[in-house]
Design a protein around this ligand. Structure first.
Ligand SMILES: [Ca+2]
Ligand SMILES: [Ca+2]
Length: 169
């Protein structure tokens, strides 16, 4: 049986702490990126000095820290203030109705990523506020649809895919 040596134990512990410390310093300096596929979606989490936290799904930022240092909880937080509420709905509603305000948040307004900013996006944000219900956006009669989007009033014979504008904003 070896002789008990407190010095040896302290050395071993010290080396482990040193390794952990070096690992953390490396992590802080080089950052940390994890990429994975979950349910066929590309999930990426980045933690670097430039992006202290950012999670994206299929290349679109979902949860992240904004340039003003606010934790943006999800894609429905249009104005990046950390809350999904009526203000986000109002921004979207005003843009759909009046084409304004054209702000820095414009790229965030197409929340469902279909290339249009319209009532589908507004309804998603509205529901994300926890409020029950919908913003009425269009009327449907058989194959005929009449509605509004960020371009104007439209009619459509194919449920809104092809839109003929009667009035534009
Ligand atoms: Ca918000
Ligand atoms: Ca959309």
């Amino acid at each position: 049986m070896g002789k008990f040596s407190a010095a040896k134990i302290f050395d071993a512990v010290d080396q482990k702490f040193q390794k952990a410390y070096n690992y953390l310093i490396d992590l802080l300096e080089t950052g940390y990126v994890v990429e994975s596929r979950i349910n066929d979606k590309a999930i990426k989490v980045t933690m670097t000095a430039a992006k202290p936290y950012e999670m994206s799904i299929d290349g679109k930022k979902q949860i992240y820290i904004s340039s003003s240092g606010v934790l943006v909880p999800n894609i429905y937080d249009i104005n990046e203030d950390g809350r999904v509420d009526q203000e986000d709905c109002d921004l979207l509603f005003n843009y759909i109705l009046h084409g304004k305000p054209e702000s820095e948040y414009l790229p965030r307004m197409d929340v469902n990523g279909d290339g249009r900013i319209d009532s589908s996006d507004l309804n998603l944000v509205y529901r994300a506020t926890g409020t029950f219900g919908y913003y009425p956006d269009h009327l449907k009669y058989g194959d005929h649809t009449a509605g509004i989007d960020n371009v104007g009033f439209y009619t459509s014979n194919d449920s809104g895919e092809t839109r003929t504008y009667l009035v534009t904003w």
